[in-house]
Design a protein around this ligand. Sequence first.
Ligand code: ATP
Length: 759
Amino acid sequence: MIPVAKKTECVKVAVRCRPMSSDEIRDARQCIVTVDSNRGEMTIRNPKADASEPIKVFTYDCTYGSDSAQEQVYLDTGYPIVENVIEGYNGTIFAYGQTGTGKTFTMEGKDEPSELRGIIPRSFDQIFYTVGQNPSNEFLIRASFLEIYNEEIHDLLSKDYNAKLDVKENPDTGFYVKDLNLFAVKSVDEIKEVMNAGRLNRHTGQTAMNKDSSRSHSIFSVVVERSETGKDGVTHYRVGKLNLVDLAGSERQSKTQSSGERLKEATNINKSLLTLGNVISSLVDGASSHIPYRDSKLTKLLQDSLGGNTKTLMIANIGPADWNYDETISTLRYANRAKNIQNKPKINEDPKDALLREYQDEIAKLKAALELHGAGGGGQIGIPGMQMRGRQEVIEVEKHVYVEDQEKIREVEARLEREKLEIEQNAQAEIQRIEAQKNLAEDEKTRLIEALKQKGEHKRKAKEKQQRLLKKLKEMEEKVCVGTQIMEQAVFQEQELQKAKQEVEKRRKQEMLLERQLKEKEELNFQLVDKFNSLQEELDTKNKKLKKLWTKYQSTATDLRDMKQEIQREKEDMMDTIRVLTQQLKLKSTLIENFVPREESEKIEKRALWDEAEDDWVLQPLKASSKQVNSKRPQSAVGLKQPTSEYARIARGLGDANTRFRHENIITLDLDLPERTTEDYNGIVSDKLRNIITSILNDIENDASFVPIESYSFAAEDERRSSGTKRPGSAAKRPGTATRKKEGAEPRPPSSQNKARKG
Ligand SMILES: Nc1ncnc2c1ncn2[C@@H]1O[C@H](COP(=O)(O)OP(=O)(O)OP(=O)(O)O)[C@@H](O)[C@H]1O
């Protein structure tokens, strides 16, 4: 029976101080942090305070100084969590701290030399080592890698890693990232490849504090599914999830000298870390029932790790130099608060959605299909040692035959290929034999050959189907790990060594605990002895106590002052953030006010609705108004362009030219033709042409439909030509055009035309 923990446990907190950087050494910075790893203490001195101010001491589960080894850090922090994850617990390790203090160094470390490898690669060794140690179990191990950059989630393992992923909520399992890739891995090398591929996609950039600063929060997750058959013969499944979180650095905008894109990143980083701080404070206060997980994507994804069903470890990274005092003390307080978060971890046993179970079912189905197909398709090709019985039995048999399965699959593959070839050769030989038979009629031969070909085709298809099933079976089995497959001697020895080291470490911790208990007992003894001493001694003791209380009072007073200063700094940072956001808002507002019509932006505002789940504004679909749907164009009056009243029609019939009786809004005006631009003809005109023109002009004069023109005589023209004066020429209007009316328009007296023009 697997034990299920029901009790609560606190988030474990480790603090690590990095060595002085080369810049800090060059600038002759003071070291203000001292570490006592045996006692789990961190001591910090305020470089600006006077000598009377007591130094501050913080106690954590583990503390590490500048000379701490990566291996030691892993044995204390990562090892127990990974052990629990393989047992079916959820586990989270997250690194928090000011930018440039060693979060990435602690989580990922350096590839070379191998002693510098961080928690993430060391956890891979441990996971696959444990798989190797349990040959009777089956495991399915999958990995994912994401980053939260500027409040957007990106899958670092996706081909399209620029795509933004959504956080969704499942009522049973909490928040999760939709469409995140999870890769099945079978060895340390494979999972390393996955990590390195994702690392290349991470957002990093240079700031004044760190030349290779992580500008995003990253979460590398490993899901370990494990199946084990109990003594009762029933297979049990356990699923543990390990989250390895490298947070972006907390930073003050003034110190990092960030601007532009860096400033925007910093604003988003600070916003999500502030929300993380608020979540921690709310969990620790216990006063408020509302925990603001929803305020950022980071806290949504860490919900289960903070106050949920997870074994969590926080590593707070700090720097030792005096110029970082404010940030260091802030991190130490942050870590101190996190110590009090209560989680309720429990083993995830037999979850409904265990993928390993689905894989095993699929494998069993494929084997059964192969068995069935092998019997029907000519020849026994099933996997030996496996028969179809109940589901549990099938899986049990699989476990025994698994290792040989891969070899047997290869054997069967080769056999299938051979048989396919034989079928083709036999069919060919048979065809030749039939063709050679002289006593058979030609059509009988054709019939026999056709039947033979069909039979051969049928057999070939059956073999191909078997090959396909085998291929799929091979693929499925390749995803499931069984211990003996990956047991490598070198890894084994290293892990054995680590186990021994961990034993030593455990003993060291026990010694520490005993030392603490001894100290407490000594204090108690001291108090007891005190009781029986003389009055003078009692006075001395009281004096001592008073002194202690006085020191405590002083320390509390400085704490209070520090906290006030810290709140003030946070306020200033928030003001900085508000300033940046206000600037962005102003820019957007200016753009909208000047380039988007007011009624359009109002319409969009009315349709906009805040979607809690999407964490974004959404536009509601447009509703068609009833007015729009029902409105109809009025029918035109028959024969007219628009309806006309009876009265107007009569008035117009009686010749009333008033514009209000017109059925269309077109004013009748004289044609305003362009002025003449051609040159007058000054050459000699023949008598014949002159006669023709004169007769046309006479015709026009006699036509009643034309208004009489001003007199035009060739005689006058001749006279003008002979005197050498120029005709008014281009300014003169062409005969007749001035009074020509628009075709179809009613004739009107000039006075009414003028009125219309004015109207
Ligand atoms: N314990 C340590 N021992 C030796 N070098 C360290 C240690 N911690 C950090 N460093 C060095 O300090 C530098 C900054 O470390 P790192 O990039 O890990 O910081 P970070 O906290 O992840 O920064 P950011 O938040 O900007 O990403 C690196 O060059 C790293 O090698």
